[in-house]
Ligand binder design. Structure first.
Ligand SMILES: [Fe+2]
Length: 156
């Protein structure tokens, strides 16, 4: 097990930062950036079970949207934008498109940034009711029965 404490800058005011301080900070920023993909995936998965009144949860909707984009022959960047277009919903339900657009902006074209910022332009797939209902029940059961797990379903 690695118990080493990472180096840290020593200054208390930015104006007092030395080359050594900024070298430490720069190295930490680079290392942290390499795991961004995992934080994006983790945050995307937070959309599971969040239906917001819609027939399917937002994770399913994002997967459906990305799948449609892929089937339409869109390039990888477009498909990723379709996949992540609602990722901001958990933190900013009133302006989730802005959150997704800001996250993607450094990595995508101006055209795709513009598209994500205007969510009505992202093609919406057909939705199914049953899947979302089942996921919500499973999540509720996990919260209610954290040690024993969800009760078995009876019947069809
Ligand atoms: Fe959406």
């Amino acid at each position: 097990m690695n118990t080493a404490v990472p180096d840290r800058a020593k200054f208390h005011h930015m104006k007092d930062g030395t080359l050594e301080d900024w070298t430490i900070i720069g190295a930490e920023v680079q290392a942290f950036s390499k795991t961004l993909y995992q934080r994006i995936i983790d945050h995307l998965l937070l959309l599971e079970g969040d239906c917001g009144g819609f027939p399917v949860d937002r994770l399913t909707h994002c997967l459906q949207t990305a799948t449609l984009a892929h089937k339409d022959g869109k390039d990888e960047e477009y498909v990723v934008c379709a996949l992540l277009h609602d990722i901001g919903d958990t933190l900013g339900p009133a302006n989730h498109a802005d959150i997704a657009a800001v996250l993607l902006q450094p990595y995508v074209s101006e055209e795709n940034y513009w598209m994500v910022k205007r969510p009505v332009l992202v093609r919406l797939p057909a939705r199914k009711t049953e899947r979302c209902t089942q996921r919500n029940e499973q999540k509720a059961n996990k919260r209610t029965h954290p040690k024993t797990g969800p009760p078995r379903r009876s019947g069809p």
